[in-house]
Structures are given as C-alpha cells and as structure tokens.
Design a protein around this ligand. Structure first.
Ligand code: ATP
Length: 361
C-alpha cells in the first residue's frame, strides 16, 4: 500500500507547444480510492500513465511512499494497471492468465490457486477458468483483464483506466460494487479514471475533477455537488448541471440587464461575474424570488424538471414530484443562499449569494 505524491507534474506531447497536463501537485493518500473525472481529452490517461511509469513527465516528479520514482520503470513501481480494453494472453486459459502475475512473484502453488479462485469468485468467472479468452464475450474478456489487475495482493496501488467501458450497463453496477468491496477489504490505494460521474461518485472516497489538462476541484461527491468551487464542476457534475447567468456586481449587489438577482455574501464585489445555482436549489416560492414563465414541465417520476424562462435567459428547476404549475403561466422561484454562487472571470467561486429580499422583478 502506498502514498503517491505528485510534485509540479506537467506533460506536453509536442515539446512544450501545448500541455496535455498543466502543473499539478497533490497527494493520493495511502489506502483511499480516488476517481479522476473529466471529459474526453482532459488529461486523465496522461496523468495515470505518468503515475504508472508508462509515460515520463515533461516536468515534475512522482513519489511513491516518499521515494522519487520519476525515472523508475513501470515493472519496478509495484503498481497494477487495468486498461479500457482487455490485455490478455490468448494462448493461455483464463486461469493461467490470472495465475501469471502471481507466478512472476514466485508465490507458492497453493497460495496461487486459492487467490485465483477468490478473484474468480469475486468477478463471477468461476465457470470460465478453463476457457481461452478468445472464446469469451468481449465484456467477459475485460473482466478477466480486471482480474489480472486485482489478483496480486502485494501491489502498492491499482490504477484503473475506464475499466468498465465495454461492460454491459446492468453488470457495470454489480462490478462497481464488487470493486468497492474489494477496495474496502484490501485497503490498497486506488486511482480510477472515468468520464462517468455516477461511476466516479459512487466508487471513490475523493473525486478529482479535471478539465483541459487542469485539476479544477477535488473533494467528496457531496462537496462537489453542494459547493462547486469552479464553474466546470457546476456544469459537469449533476444532472442537469448548474444554471448560469452573466451578472454585473456593484457593491456586491448582482444584476442581470438591470434586474436584481441577489447579493453576494462577500463584501465589495464590483464588475463582471457569473451567477450559478443548481436546479435542485431553485425553490418554488409563492410570491418572493424571481418570476419566470413556465415553458415546459418534464415529469421524471420521482421529481420534475421545470423549464423556466425570463427575458433573455433560461433556468431549469428540479422540484418535488408534487409540484404543479400551468405551462405557459408564471411561477416564482427563489434560491438557497448557501447553495447559490458567484464565479469570477477565471470561473472560480468567490462567494455565496442570497436572494434579493424585494424579489428583483
Ligand atoms: P480520454 O477519456 O479520451 O482517454 P483523457 O482525459 O484520458 O481522454 P488524455 O488521453 O490524457 O485524455 O489526452 C490528453 C490530451 O493529450 C488530448 O488532447 C490528447 O489528444 C493528447 N494526447 C494523448 N496522448 C497523446 C500522444 N501519445 N501523443 C500526442 N498527443 C496525445
């Protein structure tokens, strides 16, 4: 088990013209499960491959348990990595594929057999142990590949690169839970790359949200949802994402086209900002708040998505299933002052926002 520390890590694939990974310094604590979450091309795999040693960073250092491993080859880092697509020996049976990493470590025959049975049981591969991977469906092949990554008990960390991409939607959920159980049982440090927020939020203790090569926020699923410190986190996490509106601040009073939206808790804000509030925290209110036109109501069974418009902007509110309003009519919505934010031109949250007492209409 290991602590992984990154110090000023950055990477360019084109000799410094552009950076796939902007400088990042952070510590993955021993025994925790982390998810690297972000859209395609944001640098997740680049970061993972630098940690595993498949890629040498253009700048910075990687430390495992305090030892500088930046120039240490993958084999000597004692890390297991599982890729998006199966990496298996086709000439060997599933059993032999699973045994292989253990035989390399010179484990005894009985210990190897017991561990292979255990992992096969965890992944539901018991009936396939004596088959060749080529004879298995592609999702089962990937599960064998997962097994190869999980089979060694002496690894410092396990790195997963979108391991469930080719797995059937229903089985994905089961597998994710089994991986989580395995993590809790072994306490090995895990770094899990995904672009799927549900996967990240349900699997990891801590989620690192990345965008355009930079780490924009890290925290628990709850903190990313309740306190998005960067506009990208508001937009990318949550379904639907945050509502945004350009606002002007004058002594912390926020207006949009002259209409008062709210007051920032931070004193002395002046200039251009963006106001953001998640659909969950736009609250129907009898008279106070902003008056919107109700464009459409989507009934999602356990909640409703209320599509609202006002002048030149649109918001979505996520209400209780019992919410009723006339489509085409007017409805007032206020917002939770702990859960509405104002973002600066660098997209960083600078303050929470309280609704205007006079309603701003
Ligand atoms: P995905 O989810 O699509 O794999 P990602 O978040 O893992 O995306 P990376 O694969 O790390 O992102 O890619 C980050 C950036 O680096 C992208 O712009 C990508 O095109 C570029 N890139 C990745 N690998 C190489 C390479 N070998 N040579 C040149 N550019 C690369």
């Amino acid at each position: 088990m290991a602590e992984i520390r990154l110090e000023g890590l950055a990477h360019s694939y084109d000799g410094g013209k552009t950076f796939a990974l902007n400088p990042i310094s952070m510590t993955f604590e021993d025994g925790k499960a982390y998810a690297l979450l972000g859209p395609s091309g944001c640098g997740k795999t680049t970061l993972l491959n630098i940690i595993s040693g498949l890629l040498k960073p253009s700048h910075g250092k990687v430390f495992i348990d305090g030892k500088d491993v930046t120039n240490v080859i993958t084999d000597d880092r004692n890390i297991a990595q599982v890729f998006q697509f199966p990496v298996l020996y086709d000439t060997m049976t599933v059993r032999k594929n699973l045994e292989f990493p253990l035989k390399n470590r010179k484990l005894g025959k009985e210990a190897i057999a017991a561990r292979v049975e255990e992992i096969a049981g965890l992944l539901g591969l018991e009936d396939d142990l004596d088959r060749k991977p080529a004879k298995l469906r592609s999702d089962l092949q990937q599960i064998v590949s997962l097994g190869r990554g999980l089979v060694r008990e002496d690894v410092s960390a396990i790195l997963f690169d979108e391991p469930l991409t080719v797995i059937d939607q229903n089985f994905k959920w089961t597998l994710r839970n089994r991986l989580k159980r395995l993590h809790l049982a072994t306490g090995v440090t895990v770094v899990y790359v995904t672009h799927d927020q549900t996967e990240a939020l349900t699997f990891a203790d801590e989620v690192l949200v990345m965008n355009k090569g930079s780490l924009v926020q890290d925290g628990t699923a709850e903190s990313l949802f309740l306190e998005p410190q960067h506009e990208f986190v508001g937009y990318f996490i949550g379904s639907p994402g945050m509502n945004f509106l350009d606002v002007e601040a004058k002594s912390s009073i926020l207006t949009h086209n002259g209409m008062e939206i709210g007051k920032a808790a931070k004193e002395g804000l002046n200039g251009s900002y963006r106001f953001g509030v998640r659909p969950e925290f736009l609250i129907p209110s009898a008279k106070s708040g902003l008056e919107f036109k109700v464009d459409r109501i989507e009934d999602r069974g356990v909640f409703k998505l209320v599509h609202l418009s006002k002048d030149d902007f649109k918001f979505i509110a996520k209400t209780e299933e019992s919410y009723e309003a006339q489509v085409g009519g007017k409805a007032n919505f206020s917002f939770d002052s702990e859960r509405a934010f104002v973002y600066d031109t660098n997209q960083k949250a600078v303050s929470t926002v309280s609704p205007s007492s006079e309603g701003g209409n």
